[in-house]
Write a protein that binds this ligand. Structure first.
Ligand code: NAI
Length: 738
């Protein structure tokens, strides 16, 4: 399909002529609204005229396109972007193209020659891009192109000023690509070669004729299209040819020996090896670059007979690997959005082994089924995008090599059955960072919402191999702990086979890691064949429990915890062993063929059968004692709501139960206006939700039941910000007379 830019607003700087003009015309031709910026300067940056930009705008309009002119220098980036906002209300794409030349041999380069070049190219690109950045961030879309030059990449006689500025733009682009990634802002750099007034004096007429500027524009358009996922890359292009560049690094040589001074002579002696590109690597990030250096440290420190110093090595590794829990914990990842239809729910169900062979699987496989629903463990799929798109690597204090990541454990809790379509948003934050010696464990908490309503909570335990030893804590109270199964034979055992294509099918639900499909990638990870996703076995095990103990009813599912111990190969059979302990089903999963435990310490929590059906969730007709308390709370809010809002500043939700079933729900909003009391579930988001029986609630209010005791004995359950429950005193204390 043709690439359209309909609805997109594009700024091309310096588009009054040369390459920029071609870009502007091409964007406009494909439906974009274009800001044609050009100062109308001469080639050395002198003079000023509105004619150049006006002419291109006229050309676009004459062809029925949308364009406005802007005559500011790129150094006035805010003004340039403001023109886009004033004329078209947004800014989607910025092509930093404006440029001048002031060529001089290095010795003759004046301060002005240096400064002017930097001001137009590097500072100009900075000012324009910074002015557009927050708009792009907010709208979660942006495409940026920087224009570098072969002169910067390779150096060129007489262009010291220009080379420096042009490669400065590449550095800027590389970092913007990292900072923008999570907001769908992509930034790439091009080094074009084309006939223009900048090159006409240095190239022959023949060459100029074959290096037409219109041969560059298609690449710029593709890089700026929403379909293009390229980010942080560098391209050379000319005459219709386009190529990509990257860094190559020789394997190099260690020129230091333990407990011996490092000398220039050793460097000289190793020089050939240092410069030998045989088997060169291609590091693509600071992490990849650092990791290979850090990995040399340990052998270097421990080699030789005289006392190694592991602590120093660990400290060096820690500071070099850049793990800093104090900095990382509490950091939020950019929110992610998951849009889905029944197709994704069905695909997931197939991915975790459901089949029409089993008639009671149909409710998860056929959208026309009267009980059509989503498998509860689909809750991980809605949330995983939060961590899949590399957000973790952008967290300060976690400067580690995320190529060596293993999924350690998973916890999922549903607050209501998952919808079968819609848009869910997930907010992820780093709950803790643990030092396991051989690696680091990152606990990532993800809350997933439908609108304001909290749907589910996930805790991903991510194990990063080789980044440990930074002297951090080994355990965390924030971790949802795995639990061992009871010491008796399992109550139920289910054996289920995975297919040869299980991983190929499962990955379509969003985990695209090549480890699960690409044999050469799997081999790099030390596996003979691609392995099944841990979360796929997790889905198998969860649905085994749901079928055996909850009649396949998704509304009975509450939570699941699993520790991933060993990989499963597609085609192997899974043996799920289950133990029922009240509403908790402990489980363990083995590969039947090898008897190896693959999921350990696992359990599923179910809602009691009686709680589940909708009739039982309806408010009870019989009067509840707690009604009186809420009536009194309502009166207090009427009298002094504003004051309570000031003191408490929180939304409380209550679920009052009677005989084990939810009998009433109440929302006390002491956050907005002068407060309010409402019967029914929260329409927005509660800061804390308290579940307690009608009788216990009244006892707590009367003072005959200590709230802490009620909490620890399980009579009072608190979800959300538990600290806020202390503020309940303010509302309840004076009600003790009740
Ligand atoms: P050009 O001179 O035709 O276009 C540059 C435009 O930028 C001019 O219209 C000029 O008025 C405008 N401009 C200069 N200073 C400005 C400022 N402060 N604010 C706003 N506009 C300003 O040159 P060409 O060849 O089209 O170059 C476009 C870009 O491509 C430049 O950044 C150049 O350095 C780069 N480039 C070009 C190569 C080529 O072979 N033509 C080779 C490598 C890089």
């Amino acid at each position: 399909m043709a690439l359209s830019f309909e609805g997109k607003v594009v700024l091309v700087t310096g588009s009054g002529g040369g390459l920029g003009r071609e870009y502007a015309l091409a964007f406009a031709e494909r439906g974009a609204s274009v800001v044609v910026n050009d100062l109308g300067a001469d080639i050395k940056g002198g003079g000023k005229s509105s004619a150049a930009a006006d002419k291109v705008v006229e050309e676009i309009r004459a062809k029925g396109g949308k364009a406005v002119a802007n005559y500011d220098s790129v150094e006035d980036g805010e003004k340039v972007i403001q023109t886009a906002l004033d004329a078209f209300g947004r800014i989607d794409i910025v092509v930093n193209n404006a440029g001048i030349l002031r060529d001089r041999s290095f010795a003759r380069t004046s301060d002005l020659d240096w400064d002017l070049i930097h001001r137009v190219h590097l500072r100009g690109s900075f000012f324009v891009t910074r002015a557009a950045w927050n708009h792009m961030k907010k709208q979660k879309f942006g495409r940026i192109v920087m224009t570098a030059s072969a002169a910067g990449i390779y150096g060129n006689f007489g262009q010291a000023n220009y080379s420096a500025a042009k490669l400065g733009m590449l550095g800027l682009s590389n970092t913007l690509a990292i900072e923008g990634r999570n907001y769908n802002i992509h930034c790439n750099t091009i080094a074009p070669v084309a006939g223009s007034r900048l090159t006409e004096t240095v190239m022959s007429p023949d060459l100029l004729a074959s290096l037409k500027p219109e041969y560059i524009a298609p690449m710029v358009l593709w890089l700026c299209h929403e379909q293009c996922q390229e980010n942080g890359a560098l391209f050379e292009a000319g005459a219709g040819w386009i190529g990509k560049l990257r860094w190559e690094r020789s394997l190099g040589s260690v020129v230091r020996q333990k407990n011996q001074p490092m000398t220039p002579e050793a460097v000289r002696d190793q020089w050939d090896k240092i410069c030998d590109f045989t088997d060169a690597t291609k590091p693509a990030s600071v992490q990849e670059s650092l990791q290979s250096i850090v990995s040399l440290l340990a052998p270097l420190e421990s080699d030789g007979e005289v006392g190694a110093n592991p602590t120093a090595a660990a400290a060096a590794a820690a500071s070099a690997s850049g793990v800093n829990p104090a900095q990382a914990v509490g950091q939020k990842l950019p929110p992610s959005t998951f849009v889905f239809t029944p197709t994704q729910c069905i695909l997931y169900a197939l991915g975790v082994g459901m089949s029409t062979k089993d008639p009671d699987h149909l409710r998860f496989l056929y959208e026309g089924h009267e009980d059509f629903g989503c498998l509860p463990t689909f809750g991980v799929i809605c949330s995983q995008a939060a961590m899949m798109d590399g957000g973790l690597s952008a967290i300060p204090g976690l400067n580690i090599d995320f190529t060596r990541v293993l999924h350690g454990e998973q916890y999922l809790e549903l607050y209501k059955p998952l919808p079968t379509s819609g848009t869910l948003t997930s907010e992820a934050s780093v709950a803790d960072v643990l030092d396991k010696g051989s690696g680091v464990v990152i606990l990532l908490d993800v809350n997933t919402f439908s609108g304001d309503e909290l749907i589910c909570f996930n805790q991903f335990s991510v194990f990063v191999v080789g980044a440990g030893g930074f002297g951090g804590r080994r355990t965390s109270e924030k971790a949802k702990a795995p639990l061992p199964p009871p010491k008796r034979a399992p109550d139920v055992v289910v054996i289920d086979s995975t297919t040869r294509d299980q991983a190929a099918l499962y990955r379509l639900s969003g985990d695209w890691n090549p480890l699960h499909i690409d044999p050469s990638f799997a081999a790099m990870g030390g596996f003979q064949t691609p392995i099944l996703h841990g979360l796929c076995s997790f889905g198998f095990a969860a649905r085994h429990v749901l079928k055996q103990f909850a009649d396949n009813d998704p509304s009975r599912f509450k939570a699941i915890k699993v520790r991933f111990v060993k990989p499963v190969l597609p085609g192997q059979s899974l043996q799920t062993e289950m133990w029922k302990e009240g509403n908790r089903i402990h489980l363990q999963c083995k590969v039947k063929e090898t008897d190896a435990v693959v999921l350990a310490g696992a359990y599923v929590d179910l809602h009691g059968a009686s709680e589940a059906s909708p009739e039982n969730l309806a408010p009870q007709a019989a009067a509840l004692q707690s009604e009186l308390v809420f009536a009194e709370i309502g009166r207090r809010i009427k009298d002094s709501g504003a004051e309570l809002v000031k003191k408490v500043n929180a939304v409380f939700a209550w679920e009052i139960t009677k005989d084990g079933k939810t009998a009433a729900e109440w929302t006390v909003d002491l956050k907005s206006g002068s407060g309010s009391l409402q019967r029914g579930p929260t329409s927005g988001k509660a800061d804390v939700t308290l579940t307690v029986s009608d009788e216990d609630f009244v006892e707590v209010v009367r003072g005959t039941l200590n709230p802490q005791k009620a909490f620890f004995s399980g009579k009072l359950k608190v979800r959300g910000n538990i600290m806020l429950s202390q503020k309940l005193e303010v509302i309840l204390k004076d009600n003790a007379k009740l």
